[in-house]
Design a protein around this ligand. Structure first.
Ligand SMILES: [Zn+2]
Length: 245
């Protein structure tokens, strides 16, 4: 069977046998693809150095029985700065982990790939102090893409007006008024405003948003709970990221 070309982002690599790797990839059309890179862990193997997480590759794949087989890989973007700096690696790993859990084999979603690349591109150049805002913006936009855009203007339950301190209801899918708010997570006005600004900002505008630490941390905690409700998989990188804020 002839090999076919694909542009991919490497999300994860796991060891297979003595010298091989299994790669979890996000394809340009948003599908998840899993492929074996044979001999990638051999010393001086040409493939091994290229198939690192964060790297965007143009690959040639053969269709295998269970997994695809990686035949060739050319680096498009290495995203080296994400690996060179600890804070960037940690923030970028949250993005890769979430992509790993929300992408599905055979399910096309082209916007996901574009949004992932823009996020990683901005993360490798932005100030370290803005990484948590970029993580939060990525979570919001990834959720919105999956049909879970949170209601941040009117009450998610009754559609009523919202003013001042409010609650965020995971089940209702957004902010709720005092009448509907029982059981929700408390949400300060500042954190609600931050979520609204993040939702309407482009990724490259996010680093310039001025907001204090406690408000950022609060927004991240609410988003963590909201993501957890809709993405049932364990999100280890996100959990440790939010716990460290
Ligand atoms: Zn209400």
């Amino acid at each position: 069977m002839p090999a076919y070309p694909l542009r991919v982002l490497v999300l994860r690599k796991t060891k297979l046998g003595e010298t091989d790797l299994i790669l979890t990839l996000l394809a340009a059309d948003g599908r998840q693809v899993r492929a074996v890179a044979k001999g990638a862990r051999k010393p001086r193997g040409k493939l091994g150095a290229r198939v690192e997480p964060f790297t965007v590759l143009d690959v040639l794949l053969h269709t295998g029985r269970n997994l695809e087989i990686l035949a060739e890989a050319e680096t498009v973007t290495s995203h080296d700065p994400l690996r060179a700096d600890y804070d960037r690696t940690v923030a970028g790993s949250v993005v890769l982990d979430v992509l790993d859990k929300v992408s599905v084999e055979g399910q096309v979603e082209p916007q996901l790939f574009d949004m992932a690349l823009v996020t990683l591109d901005v993360m490798q150049e932005a100030t370290v102090g803005s990484l948590d805002l970029l993580v939060a913006a990525f979570l919001l936009k990834a959720l919105a893409m999956h049909g879970y855009r949170p209601a941040l203007e009117a009450c998610a339950a009754c559609g009523g007006r919202i003013e001042g301190v409010t609650s965020f209801s995971i089940e209702a899918g957004g902010v709720v008024c005092s009448g509907c708010g029982r059981g929700g997570v408390a949400l300060s006005e500042g954190a609600r405003d931050l979520l609204r600004v993040l939702m309407r900002s482009r990724m490259n505008e996010v680093p310039a948003i001025a907001v204090d630490e406690p408000t950022r941390a609060e927004a991240l905690r609410v988003l963590r709970a909201y993501v957890g409700f809709h993405v049932p998989a364990r999100l280890r990188a996100l959990d440790s990221y939010v716990a460290a804020r």
